[in-house]
Design a protein around this ligand. Structure first.
Ligand SMILES: Cc1cc2nc3c(=O)[nH]c(=O)nc-3n(C[C@H](O)[C@H](O)[C@H](O)COP(=O)(O)OP(=O)(O)OC[C@H]3O[C@@H](n4cnc5c(N)ncnc54)[C@H](O)[C@@H]3O)c2cc1C
Length: 394
């Protein structure tokens, strides 16, 4: 059996590995020239933990995880206003929380392809398909290049993220499915050893309205930064300026450490809308979407990487045993039936967490501080931590 997967992100790579292990021939087509090093720290908890243990990926993820002692909110003078103890956070999430960089998670998934017999999973970087077809019992993808070619397979898997081209081509326009949450997010990593050392094992987040910056020091002496801001509060020149200029205009003044990181912003940081993807159906004939392409929960839900792993593993494991083309549509329907309730629950809790992630009013900001402080009291700790577990940086 043959599969074409579009997108070598976390969901695409995990699906490819599971299919390869089950004996499928898999072509993975990725538009970027190689693995990308953009992205921020992500908390890894929820369904991805059990799934990665089941498929043997968990030890690779644990190897590249970072120790985090606390998430600390600070004012513009650097004074702590609230804190979340990560050990408590971890206990509330069942004791299995890893914190790792998005690119490290992607790399772990790619390295795990080594478990598949050589040649069965082929990665094609720097190829952005120009067309997708699903009909007559076969799927095909047109590839550009000096020698344009067409790949054919039994199933097409769109794992190409929130702006999925597979979805756009075979399911309908992005505007029908993308549900923006009114925010944009940016992330990048820059060399700043002195700041990395000062941050130690803490996430430092600005306690600010309508915008927030998170900083974490990496073992390489670099600092990982994320910046999230409400679209309605974007400075007057809107989004029609290049990302570094826009970030400097919107995040200056939140403290000297943020100002320093703004100076170090690269020309092409990760920079995108914060959105969920909500679709009435994830599959048609022999095409299925997986990961953010059909079911993005957004960074406010804090489980994007975990759900990408769990969803990819489930899809791979359900399709893996299939040996007859005609069985494919029913298996795709079965995947959606099993996985959709998990996604819908995560999306709903993400939407509820928006105010906690990015307060809009002074009252919301105060309530967040109170909630975080209350979380240090043993009695309320477990209940409160369970709530905030879903709303802290991903
Ligand atoms: C560079 C980058 C940085 C990110 N940083 C963060 C972050 O800081 N915090 C956070 O919460 N989430 C971040 N995300 C999103 C996060 O990775 C996903 O929510 C989660 O991992 C789900 O993964 P996914 O595999 O479904 O989608 P994605 O991780 O988005 O992967 C999709 C892949 O498909 C590729 N692709 C897209 N279109 C095409 C096409 N037409 N043809 C071929 N390939 C295509 C993309 O290049 C990408 O490699 C980032 C995503 C990317 C791509």
């Amino acid at each position: 059996m043959r599969a074409i997967i579009v997108g070598a992100g976390i969901a695409g790579l995990v699906t490819a590995r599971q299919l390869g292990l089950a004996g499928w021939e898999v072509d993975v087509v990725e538009q970027s020239p190689g693995p990308r090093d953009a992205g921020y720290m992500m908390d890894f908890f929820g369904p991805g933990v059990a799934a990665s243990e089941r498929i043997g990926l968990y030890p690779r993820l644990a190897d590249v995880a970072y120790p985090v002692e606390a998430a600390e909110y600070v004012d513009s003078a650097g004074k702590a206003t609230a804190m979340l103890d990560y050990e408590r956070f971890s206990r509330a999430a069942g004791g299995r929380v890893l914190t790792l960089l998005r690119p490290d998670m992607e790399l772990a998934a790619r390295d795990a392809l080594d478990d598949v017999p050589a040649g069965r999973v082929r990665l094609h970087y720097a190829r952005r398909p120009t067309g997708y077809r699903d009909g007559g019992g076969v799927v095909s993808v047109s590839l550009p290049g000096t020698e344009p070619s067409t790949l054919e397979a039994d199933v097409l898997i769109g794992a190409d993220g929130i702006h999925s081209a597979v979805r756009g081509s075979l399911f309908g326009p992005e505007a029908d499915y993308l549900r923006p949450l009114g925010m944009r997010a940016a992330a990048y990593i820059a060399d700043e050893p002195a700041l990395a050392a000062r941050l130690g094992r803490r996430f430092v987040l600005t306690d600010s309205l309508d915008r927030t910056v998170g900083l974490y020091g990496l073992r390489t002496g670099q600092v990982a930064t994320f910046m999230v801001y409400r679209e309605q509060a974007i400075a007057a020149d809107g989004i029609d300026v290049d990302a570094p200029t826009r970030l400097r205009r919107n995040f200056a003044g939140l403290g000297p450490e943020v100002d320093r990181m703004l100076e170090l912003c690269p020309p092409d940081p990760y920079d995108d809308v914060v959105a969920q993807v909500v679709m009435p159906g994830w599959h048609r004939e022999r095409t299925i979407l997986v990961g953010d392409a059909c079911s993005a929960v957004s960074l406010v839900a804090g489980q994007g990487g975990s759900l990408a792993i769990a969803g990819g593993a489930l899809l791979g494991d359900l399709l893996g045993p299939v040996r007859a083309r005609d069985d494919i549509p029913a298996v795709l329907a079965g995947f959606e039936r099993e996985w959709r309730p998990v996604i819908e629950a995560a999306q709903a809790s993400g939407r509820r967490a928006v105010w906690m992630f990015l307060p809009e009013t002074v009252r919301q900001q105060r309530v967040r501080r109170w909630v975080l402080r209350a979380a240090t009291l043993p009695v309320v700790n477990a209940i409160v931590a369970r709530q905030i577990v879903k709303s802290i940086a991903s």
